[in-house]
Design a protein around this ligand. Sequence first.
Ligand code: 16G
Length: 537
Amino acid sequence: MASQNPIAAASAKFPKPADRTFQYGTAGFRMKAALLDSVVYRVGLLAALRSRKLNGQVIGVIITASHNPPDDNGVKLVDPMGEMLEQFWETYATILANAPSDQALVEAYDKLTADLKIDTAVQPRVIFARDTRASGLRLVSALVAALEASGTEYTDYKLLTTPQLHYITRCLNTKGTAYEYGEPTEQGYYEKTAASFKAATGHKKFNGPVTVDCANGVGGPKLRELIKYLPSPSEGGLEIKVVNDNVVEPERLNQQCGADFVKTNQRAPPSSHSTPLARCASLDGDADRLMYYFVDSDHGFHLLDGDRIATLAALFIGDLARNAGLGEKLKVGVVQTAYANGASTSYITQDLKLPVVCTPTGVKHLHHAATKFDVGVYFEANGHGTVVFSDVALKRINKYEPQSPAQSSSLNVLRALTALINQTVGDAFSDLLLVELILAHKSWGPKEWDLTYTDLPNRLGRIEVADRIIFKTTAAERKLESPPGVQAQIDGLVGKYKNGRSFARASGTEDAVRVYAEAATKGEADDLAAKVADVVK
Ligand code: 16G
């Protein structure tokens, strides 16, 4: 009987590994690609349910494992406005992924349909894309099987960066409405990004090229495509040198390059031959994170991470709003996580005089908190982030009548920024262009940017523990409430260090606990991290 149900019949081709329990986490499902076929099939079913529940709005599915090694892969759902899947549905994803048999899967699917009062007459619509991993195509076939078994109308956008798929999802769902976001195509994405970059840059000059390490991932070919739409260097445009864009050998993805390599190792990719003060940037494997860095004349390495991008963006947008005459009418705020360097937080609150909110790790938390401001700047230290403008802010910016030529020119830049910045999710391309145009407006090189404040020395460690689940946090992951007594020990240690701060939290993506520590000197930060690690072990 079971094989007559199309969902069960197709599921039989993608059996669930018996000894595995899956969980939809901060980054969707992510693991060794060999384990993912059943998971992707079931995510396809969930996408169909989600689209039906939302009256046939388009749901996005992206197959990527971002900065993870080439043998991994992952799958994530994108909600209609291009945001992350609503948190409650993560539980449903987990239920479907763990149904022990094809028949149990059908029962779980039918039960969700009934419990969520889903109208089965609604035509579900799903779009999907993937990064350059070798396993991507195989996983796409599992996804397509689910979409066909559930009667879903679908479009395969093939290779895209994650932010591009978020963009297209939002465009499709807003087309023909007052909130139309853009042309729902890859070309539409390039055209919108390039036009707004050109408008926001005006006649400002770029101080030399920027070299972009594309992690040997999908960002390479897509950045080369975007460049075709930008003004060329001979027309006064920005020169972007693309490196590490080998996608022919997928095993090179994220190897010795990319944003995560640079952030974790606090050094440039070994292949980098950057000259002093030259601007360098690294993307991650699906181009949703961005790191900047440079070397100075004594070849010291300087990292300009997500905190730096956030502070630069907040400084520039705050100034623009004031200069446009909208200072009182636009509440600009910054959202960070516990990993943000304490010096960046002090700079934002004391020098920029802007409010800072701290949330747990994971883009969905930051994004949500950022939408509470008129203009919310959010970045994780790892380089994932963007700026979101509320509907009220957009109306004010678009309707405001400037009172002077100076106000008018600031307002024009601000308007262009609202189109340049990908508001659905952190996007390394639009973040890169944002940084570049800010530096051009300020006539700053990386050194001037770096000098805005001095990072507190810090150390991030990864500790393997018997059971990471017992590590439960509170206060946006800055304190441990369990195991009992551990936080008191950490507090006792922190108190002994000048400018000391430290926290421990269970990783959401790896079987480990992460320990972060910062202090007045590098030696003290290392020492504090080691002592806190001993407490956690
Ligand atoms: C995921 C998150 C990222 C977060 C990281 C933390 C998204 C799209 N990605 O990659 O934001 O920084 O997990 O990893 O939300 P951890 O829990 O292992 O430290």
